[in-house]
Design a binder for this molecule. Sequence first.
Ligand SMILES: *Cc1c(COP(=O)(O)O)cnc(C)c1O
Length: 453
Amino acid sequence: MSDYTKILLEENEIPTQWYNVVPDLPEPPPPQLHPGTLQPATAEDFAALFPRALIEQEMSVERYIDIPGEVLDVYRLWRPSPLFRARRLEKLLDTPAKIFYKYEGVSPAGSHKPNTAVPQVFYNAQEGITKLTTETGAGQWGSSLAFACAQFGLECEIWQVAASYRAKPYRRTMMEIWGGKVHPSPSEVTEYGRSLLAKDPDHPGSLGIAISEAVGEAVASENTRYALGSVLNHVLLHQTVIGEEALLQLAKVGETPDVLVGCTGGGSNFGGLAFPFLREKLAGRMNPVIRCVEPTACPTLTKGQFRYDFGDTAGLTPLMKMHTLGHSFIPEPIHAGGLRYHGMAPLVSHVYQLGLVEAIAIPQTECFAGAVQFARCEGIVPAPEPTHAIAAAIREALACRESGEEKTILTALCGHGHLDLASYDQYLRGEMVDLELSDEAIAAAMAEVPVLA
Ligand SMILES: *Cc1c(COP(=O)(O)O)cnc(C)c1O
């Protein structure tokens, strides 16, 4: 096995269970709170939003949860996904390090998001739900959910952040091909959207606002529920197929990672890759350094506070204890749309708070420089979000060149960038700028975070 480039699994090696990290953590994560009573949220509090099966998974303390056969059948359209050894990049960087990347761009939507869209739609269909609402930024999640709804015959209504709706028409077309109905957010179809448009007809929107619109619409009708593409425990759970496959793939070539890096927007592709490795680390079977990478323009873990905050701008969701920049925070329009969220998955925040994972922030021009190097060696054009993971892997590999250490580096290339070429165009023309978030902007948004006793 000395000359492999990609490590493949057989179709019957797709994991048949998702892994829940909660029972293996040294301390349980803080509960989500009802926004009115401030008491721990109960299954009943979520009933208008999610089907029972997903609420159970959200609160589960079971270590392993079976993947339904119907979900595995859809997963087989693209899973198992390949694990690549970036030999050409290693050579370019002249590093003794080995760089591995798990590629999730092989899914129909071109990212890791269908890993959770498919089971979410399946459980809703099983409980008789006929329509799902959601928000999307650049369109990755909306297109994934529209694809999954098409598989199980559900309607799909999507609020897309207005700035992306106008700037990225091709993902909207993908959503429509799969049968989704797309509104720019803020929209004229909800009261909250109309109130924002009255103040600013050209409102650029934000993920938090789009979530408020989609949630509001779901709770108002009987057979409609809401779906979220990141942040929540059940989403990270579904994404663990990534890490479980990567463990099997690395075992085939006799490798264990010394460093694992992943990009964090809401935390789902990171948690999906990292949690099975964290299990191995906590059990003493390997000891990788595990590192989150975020944009300097939306530095949730590295500059946010670990506080109870809302998941959306209008304050409709339960309060979650997480690293947050404040639910009213509207990030600058950086290219990695999927990383522009004010909060972080409570589970990722918790393991960061416990010191089990590290975090760094990298400016976008360094990320695109790394991605262009990567594309020229490895061929694949990364989505803007995983350019952060690649830049972090390159930093690590260059440090190995200095120190002579032969580290094994693992990362997730969680999506391709074929619909993000305008960002690359701007980078290649030398027009991309780095945005540093000011302490004043953070303080202003943090002032609106609820203060709990
Ligand atoms: C949505 C998205 C992200 C950010 O979400 P996470 O939950 O942090 O994974 C990152 N990369 C891609 C390609 C995405 O589509």
